[in-house]
Write a protein that binds this ligand. Sequence first.
Ligand SMILES: *Cc1c(COP(=O)(O)O)cnc(C)c1O
Length: 438
Amino acid sequence: MSNSIFESLESEVRSYSRAFPKTFSKAVGTEIWSVDGRRYLDFLAGCGSLNYGHNPPELKEPLIEYITSDSITQGLDMQTSAKERLLQVLADNVFRPRNLDYVVQFTGPTGTNAVEAAMKLARRVTGRTNIVCFTNGYHGVSIGALAATGNQYNRGAAGLPLVGTTFMPYDGYVSGDFNSLEYFSQLVGDKSSGLDYPAAVLVETVQGEGGLNAASMEWLKQLQKICNEKEILLIVDDIQAGCGRTGTFFSFEPAGIYPDMVTLSKSFSGYGLPLSAVLLKRSVDKWKPAEHNGTFRGNNHAFVTAAAAIECFWSSDIFSAEVEAASWRVDTWLARMVTKFEGDVVKLKGRGMMRGLQCADPAKAARITEMAFDHGVIIERSGPEDEVIKLLMPITTSAEQIDEGLDILEYCCQQVFSSNNDEVIKVVAEERVLQHVM
Ligand SMILES: *Cc1c(COP(=O)(O)O)cnc(C)c1O
């Protein structure tokens, strides 16, 4: 392990491979196998980029067919039959049923590219610089988006001053009755508040990386109202919470709001293929041709799978109801664990199929996820101190697999919370591992 090619040849910047130090070679649905033949339940799911699981057959077949028929693969923003189909499918199954009049800007392939484009356009349209973002927000690590990301560790690597943003307290950030939006509204309305009048507000409805803080629907409605009244653009970053993660295609649907821009990435292709877009209200689409350019703004393979995903999962309300049922199941497990481990587990976090357990001791949260991995469940953590055990399994995960994974998680919590001795925890972990090897 210590002299693996990954450790000797890959940059120190590598991240997830450190927490899950196995080499993986095969995956189907929620299951993933390492080269040594071990089966894992993947409750990380490409950090939310595999909402429909690994290699979903409904998406794989059209992709294989597309490739074998010598269809277009390059990524320049030419007109292709694959892009034509995705735009049509989006119009018919996503925009029209929801009464959304959006145009689609395809950006570079990663989430941060979409955020960068949205921030740039907001500034260009309004002629203002400042973008209001929120405590614990995460929007990516390129310089513009990083300025809107709260995490000090990520910000510290910028190498440049991060400018053009102001952080406001997110819903629930300040304890007690404090209304963070009244505060925001007052600052915007006060010519002496020191807040540069914002071009836009950039917000996640559930803060995925920031610790699974979920904004209430009331809060989101009020935010929309303030933005409308003050003529500030509202950008919802739905990169992690969108594409069904919270039960509806867009995470903001239950709030009934209509953002000026929406960023999509992670599960947009549905297949783990890189694909990002900004949805723009027609009135804000003030770009001039090629003003914001890029070579890879059209991953045709991702267009094929994205269109198939939308047709397969979002052409009716059936799938939404299934995700709801799965969320209810996860919720029931976690609520029980919050009671059972009272004191050690402080809070149930998140919404829909992005839920987590906030632990009182971040070190214990770390031991729990480490132990879960030894027992065959891939689970990551998030939050300011990585204190939240974060469940991000595919939203298609079966009831049996939810039960299997959460049973293991509960066992690991039990072991770690009932022992203060690292050695004991390690031995117990090894014993369980032996039982689980197939
Ligand atoms: C992951 C994420 C991003 C950044 O996407 P990358 O593809 O990692 O650049 C931006 N916003 C949110 C909400 C995310 O979860």
